[in-house]
Write a protein that binds this ligand. Sequence first.
Ligand code: SAH
Length: 214
Amino acid sequence: MKYKRQREEMVKRQIEARGITDENVLTAMRKVPRHLFVSEALIDQAYGDFPLPIGEQQTISQPYIVAEMTQALQLSDQDRVLEIGTGSGYQAAIIAQIAFRVYTIERIHSLLVKARSLFDKLQYHNIVTRYSDGTTGWKEESPFDAIIITAGAPRIPETLVSHLAMGGRMVIPVGDQYSQELIKLYREKHGIHKTNLGGCRFVKLVGEHGWGEI
Ligand code: SAH
C-alpha cells in the first residue's frame, strides 16, 4: 500500500505535472513496482525524482526520463521493441506493460541475471533477455517497431537504424560522456526523420559502435 501511494505521487508530481499524457505510459508507471528494481538499501528513495545507482557503476534512470522516452516510442500493444541497456530492468518492465514483446540486451552479466530473475518473479513473460554488446543490434529478431537505447552514444549506430521497421521509432541519447541530446528517429518511406527532444545525461554505451572499452 505504501509503495502504491508513492507511485501515485510520483506519477502525479513528476510525470503528469511535466506534461506526459500517454495514458498507457501513466498506467504502466502506476503499476510497475520500481522499489523492487533497486537494492534494499535504497528502497525508500526508489520513487524519488532522480536516478539511483544499481551497482557496476550503472544507474536506473530518473522516473521522468523513463516516461519521456517511453512516450516518444509511441507504443501500441502490437509492437516488438528492442532495448539496449537492460540495467535494473525497470525500463523494460514499463515497456512490457504496453507493447507486445520486449527484447532487451545487457553487456554486464551480473546485472542481466538480476533483472532476469526479477522478470520471472513478477511474471513479465513478454521480456526476452540477451547477454551481449547491443550496439550491433539483434539481427535474428529484427526489424523492430521501436528501439530504445538507455546509455549515451558518441554517434547513432547505423546497424541499429537498419533494424528499425518501416514506420518504426527509435530514441537514443547522443553526445559526449558528460551530456547528451535525446534524439528521436522515425523511419518513413522517404528516409529517416530526426528530432531533438532535449538534453539528458546517461552512462556510457560501451561497445563496437559505442564508446571503446577503458
Ligand atoms: N534501462 C536501464 C538503465 C540502465 S543504465 C534501467 O531501466 O535500469 C545503462 C545500461 O546500459 C547499463 O546497465 C550498461 O551496462 C548498459 N550498456 C552499456 N553499453 C551497452 C552495450 N553496448 N550493450 C548492452 N548494454 C550496454
